[in-house]
Design a protein around this ligand. Structure first.
Ligand SMILES: [Zn+2]
Length: 259
């Protein structure tokens, strides 16, 4: 693994535009439970209730949704960025990071220090709530406070439309602007690094291909094998946090030598 770590550090130093694709592995390493794993929230709720169509059409579904969303929000709010998040923030400070395309909704990239314009949140964010009718955005904590006080399915102050955490639910369209932006940036980078994603959910999974087809190097750092492992120019199987910390240590050293 030593050789791989040094190699990817050299690529980062030599690159002008690094795009990082961050998956759920980053969140779980910060102690945010994987909600789909056994014993997770999904065991106690029926996923059918959380389809976007049901949220739109039934007050009972909206109430159940908010009940589950409230349960999921608590550990997310308490979570702290791990070494992998901090490494990406450092990459931005070094002027290497074009963007992080993230599947995570927990806001940890921002807590780590990445700026808004460097993070593309493909699945939205749990840190905000939006009105499905007029689009008005609210801070999540403000709305959770209303839920705590007894509102079961909160509504918009302006138009009385249903409020929903600004995440992408089952059956809800991917955000158009973010998805296009992610493809565009993928096509322009010279190094594409996948961290903590098994690359099985579309359209996200096709982004490494777009990068590779346009001449970028592809590196994959993930605990488990992915369907794209055989296409990768570099592959590390392991925990994202310690590996990224190690890589950035090499980058720091390499950049000092260069100066
Ligand atoms: Zn509204």
């Amino acid at each position: 693994m030593r050789r791989e770590v040094e190699q990817i550090a050299e690529w980062i130093i030599a690159s002008k535009k690094v795009v990082v694709f961050a998956g759920a592995g980053l969140s779980t390493e910060s102690g945010i439970p994987d909600f789909r794993s056994p014993g997770g929230v999904w065991d106690r709720y029926d996923p059918e209730d959380f389809y976007f169509q049901n949220f739109l059409s039934s007050e009972a579904s909206r109430e159940k949704y908010w009940q589950m969303a409230t349960e999921m929000y608590e550990p997310m709010k308490k979570a702290q960025p791990n070494l992998a998040h901090l490494a990406l923030a450092e990459m931005e400070r070094f002027g290497k990071l074009d963007c992080v395309i993230t599947q995570n909704i927990d806001g940890l990239h921002f807590k780590a220090g990445n700026s808004e314009e460097r993070v593309i949140q493909l699945h939205g964010t749990a840190m905000h709530v939006s009105c499905l009718t007029c689009g008005k955005r609210y801070d999540r904590d403000e709305i959770q406070e209303r839920v705590r006080k007894g509102q079961k399915a909160p509504r918009c102050d302006d138009c009385q439309g249903p409020l929903k955490p600004a995440t992408i639910s089952f059956g809800q369209a991917m955000p158009e602007r973010e998805t296009q932006e992610a493809y565009h940036r993928s096509s322009l980078c010279d190094l594409f690094i996948v961290i903590g994603s098994s690359l099985v959910v579309q359209p996200a999974a096709s982004m490494p291909l777009v990068a590779k087809r346009n001449g970028a190097k592809l590196a994959i750092i993930n605990r488990d094998p992915t369907p794209y492992d055989n296409m990768a120019d570099l592959l590390i199987h392991g925990q994202a946090g310690p590996i990224m910390a190690d890589i950035m240590q090499n980058v720091r050293r390499g950049m000092e030598v260069k100066d």
